[in-house]
Design a protein around this ligand. Structure first.
Ligand SMILES: [Zn+2]
Length: 97
């Protein structure tokens, strides 16, 4: 069995509320090297209500957001309903944490 097949066995879709803590105060720090220095630039905070599907980049406007979980506690990314039914219909869907 290849590694990829093993990974798929544990994967599932976790549904969470769009008001979940994970979508609050999202910011990102971008590190770059300038000469000998590593410079940290804090990028602007993403508004809480802007949730983008990692599958198709569409805005997710549903009350619930699907998370593709590779295994327990390993979030791969957000998925909209369209992408879940198109690519992950064989995975089980778990509601709320
Ligand atoms: Zn999508």
């Amino acid at each position: 069995m290849s590694y990829e097949e093993e990974e798929e066995d544990n994967a599932f879709i976790q549904m969470v509320s769009r008001n979940h803590q994970m979508f609050k105060n999202r910011n990102m720090t971008f590190y770059s090297k300038q000469g000998k220095n590593i410079v940290a630039t804090i990028l602007p905070t993403i508004p809480d209500n802007i949730i983008v599907c990692d599958g198709c980049n569409d805005l997710i406007k549903d009350e619930e957001v699907g998370l593709l979980m590779l295994e327990e506690n390993h979030v791969w990314g957000t998925q909209c309903k369209k992408c879940i039914s198109k690519y992950y219909s064989e995975l089980s869907v778990v509601n709320h944490i």
